[in-house]
Design a protein around this ligand. Structure first.
Ligand code: 4NP
Length: 151
């Protein structure tokens, strides 16, 4: 399961953290990572506000490091989950012809929230990160349930 946003320092690291927590709770064995379609923050830890919101819920994401999506990701991961439509469109353009990865939007997995983006909190205040955390935990729970249901 690969989560993808723009910078890989705000939304997708939080989605990765929330999903790791879910698969831990459900005792599932799944490879999980996150990446960005952009390269501005490659090698950097998550935004300090993203680290703070994760820490508030007992999760340390300070060792995560941003990286950019690469063609091999479409072979390595069976599911690639975008945080918004722009990044989903970028992934659809990038996907190699021979790659089987299923692309989706995170909130498409949540009943009643089909088509909704997880808003980019980067240019806003701290409350934006609380909304991001709420959205990614809702999405992560729905995705994990779906994995269990599909065996
Ligand atoms: P993210 O947030 O895509 O959720 O990691 C952003 C981080 C950085 C930028 C944009 C969004 N940026 O323009 O540098």
């Amino acid at each position: 399961m690969l989560f993808v946003c723009l910078g890989n320092i705000c939304r997708s690291p939080l989605a990765e953290a929330a999903f790791r927590r879910e698969i831990g709770r459900l005792d599932l064995d799944v490879e999980v990572d996150s990446a960005g379609t952009g390269n501005w923050h490659v090698g950097e830890p998550p935004d300090s506000r993203a680290q703070a919101v994760a820490r508030k819920y007992g999760i340390d994401i300070s060792t995560y490091r941003a990286r950019q999506v690469k063609p091999d990701d479409f072979r390595r991961f069976s599911h690639i989950v975008a945080l918004d439509r722009d990044n989903l469109a970028t992934l659809q353009r990038m996907r190699p012809n021979d790659a089987a990865a299923e692309l989706s939007l995170l909130l498409d997995h949540v009943p009643g929230r089909h088509g909704q983006p997880v808003a980019d909190p980067y240019f806003g205040g701290d409350d934006g990160f609380a909304i991001t955390w709420a959205d990614v935990t809702t999405g992560a729970e729905a995705l994990a349930k779906r994995l269990v249901a599909s065996g």
